[in-house]
Design a protein around this ligand. Structure first.
Ligand code: WT7
Length: 546
């Protein structure tokens, strides 16, 4: 373990006693006690240009009301309460309300379809879910299969609004232990359904440290983290750390559009901007003229996460943002905070993810768990424990254990370390797909496809794409007598969007006669991918037939 002095840093958080820590005291209540309630916590702007501002005091009072409401519905310490909401104030308010009530907050991206919701709500045994009238239909479609779900709170329903408004604005955060769970979110692997990654209150100390040290966040900043709280970046760097540091965050509740995004940076005088490579490449594709129409003089620091940040994107940002460029950062849902990064003071090696943070022992190891020499490809591994590491995989100890080899936490990424200690990303060690920075498991997409009448089986891979990093491509085997057609492709895409998620559908579909499989019947996605890329298909000795 890295012997960084977290004990000292922990003194900056608000503890009840040595072991009692509810992070909401640090991230929100403290500002009120310090007399900073008037400060803006969030500014929201929707696509129809509606602007909503929330001060720290507003957030304090409303999250207290939320916690009181949850208590009224007998939410206890450790209960799971989920949020299925767009990026509107209710998402942020109730996320904090759940934590104040001592329960575990789970988030679900608003593009999820009924099957994706069912998997998550059922596995977690969620008791309550917050949603909107519109989105609630997808939950109602599977409600009968969710025996543990007791209430659906519809935030735009009149009764709910009245009941919420009648709650008291005072609440004393439930005294959780520092190791108690604070939030969880589901993420994809190669096989099986998504796994519930669970984080503890104690993680905050490291999350704050990274926000300061890597994102250069300081009091007085106008900050924009473009990630949705349905993903870990949107929770850690969109809710917990900006609030803890007392900065003002901007939230765009609508869809991505380059010109609109530039105008937000200008209008809200954004100083720190944390976004993703796909968005940067989409802006880049729109050309430099658009950039020149805006004033970026208030921008101080730019960072990126989620997928490889290509050198062209960095160079482009340097050119158009007056020398300022996007700093690549690497981490995962499981690590709970940024691990490797191009920090403000680190000389840039373009194309590298940067160096492990001072409190991180990262290494490249072989499949037996032994470090490899510099400039050699291997598994990117980190020495546990660290404060923000996941505490468990919800009800799946076996999966949790599978992350560890000898003393190491294995990330599932392949990488190299050079002689100067910089890390270079190579790719995933497994079949996990990264499309527009979002993690999608091929198995989930395959499962959704085979549910469709007329499909026998499907194999799904990530296909390299200039803008999105990867796109999802599906190879589909149809039942005899079913005619392949362009219409059928569209129907299959609609089916996956509807059942799984709006972002997880295959942009490309190819009908084939049979899938390459191992003798034990497992689909060999590696072969599909090699074939797609016109590469050598490698060792096929374990293939059943090909
Ligand atoms: C996977 C984790 C927590 C951040 C958001 C994504 C890929 C992440 C980088 C980077 C290349 C990256 C890895 C990783 N990834 N950052 N800077 N360069 N790849 O979290 O959804 O848990 O995904 O995203 O493959 O394992 P996530």
């Amino acid at each position: 373990m890295n012997n960084y002095n977290w004990t000292e840093k922990n003194k900056e958080l608000i503890w009840v006693d040595d072991d009692t820590l509810n992070i909401t005291s640090t991230i929100i209540d403290r500002h009120i006690e310090n007399g900073d309630g008037k400060k803006l916590a969030y500014i929201f702007e929707s696509d129809d240009k509606e602007v909503i501002q929330l001060t720290y005091k507003d957030l304090f009072e409303k999250s207290n009301q939320s916690a009181n409401l949850l208590k009224k519905y007998v939410v206890n310490k450790g209960d799971r309460v989920f949020l299925f909401l767009p990026r509107i104030p209710d998402l942020y308010i109730n996320f904090l309300g759940v934590l104040k009530a001592g329960a575990i907050a789970g988030t679900m991206f608003s593009a999820f379809g009924a099957d994706a919701l069912k998997d998550r709500l059922s596995n977690s045994g969620a008791k309550i879910v917050f949603t909107t009238k519109e989105l609630s239909e997808r939950i109602l479609a599977v409600k009968s299969e969710l025996p543990e779900l007791q209430h659906i709170f519809i935030i735009d329903d009149e009764e709910y609004i009245k009941e919420f408004a009648s709650q008291k604005k005072e609440f004393s955060p439930v005294p959780t232990r520092s190791e108690d769970y604070a939030f969880m979110l589901y993420t994809s692997g190669t096989t099986g359904k998504p796994k519930g990654i669970v984080h503890a209150h104690a993680a905050l100390v490291q999350q704050i440290e990274t926000a300061k040290y890597v994102l250069d966040l300081k009091e007085g900043d106008m900050y924009w983290c473009t990630a949705d709280p349905g993903w870990v970046t949107g929770i850690v760097y969109g809710i917990l750390t900006p609030l803890a540091l007392g900065v003002t965050s901007f939230v765009h509740t609508g869809r991505f559009e380059p010109d609109l995004w530039y105008s937000f940076v200008e209008k809200y005088k954004i100083s720190v901007w944390y976004t993703a490579p796909t968005a940067i490449r989409m802006m880049m594709a729109k050309g430099d003229e658009l950039v020149k129409k805006h004033d970026f003089s208030k921008l101080r620091y730019l960072a990126s996460v989620g997928e490889p940040l290509n050198p062209e994107a960095i160079e482009w940002s340097q050119k158009v943002f007056e020398g300022k460029y996007f700093h690549d950062t690497w981490w995962q849902t499981e690590t709970g905070s940024i691990m490797i990064a191009n920090t403000p003071d680190l000389p840039l090696k373009i194309g590298s993810m940067g160096k492990p943070l001072p409190w991180v022992d990262a290494e490249i190891i072989d499949d037996e768990g032994n470090p490899v020499p510099p400039d050699t490809e291997g598994n990117l591994a980190i020495l546990p424990p660290w404060p923000s590491i996941m505490r468990t995989v919800w009800q799946n100890q076996e999966k949790y254990s599978s992350y560890f080899l000898k003393n190491w936490y294995i990330s599932g990424d392949r990488a190299k370390k050079d002689t100067d200690g910089y890390f270079w990303f190579i790719g995933r060690a497994d079949d996990v797909i990264k499309t527009s920075g979002e993690r999608v498991g091929p198995f989930e997409v395959e499962s959704a496809l085979v549910e469709y009448e007329g499909v026998i089986e499907a194999g799904v891979i990530g296909k390299p794409d200039e803008i999105r990093g990867e796109i999802i491509k599906a190879f589909v085997v149809l039942k005899p007598g079913v005619t392949p057609s362009e219409e059928l492709k569209t129907k299959l895409q609609e089916h996956v969007k509807h059942h799984l998620a709006g972002h997880a559908y295959p942009r490309e579909i190819e009908f084939i006669d049979k899938l390459p499989k191992t003798r034990s019947g497992k689909i060999m996605r590696r072969i599909l991918k090699a074939k797609e890329l016109g590469q050598d298909i490698g060792d096929t000795s374990t293939l059943e037939e090909y």
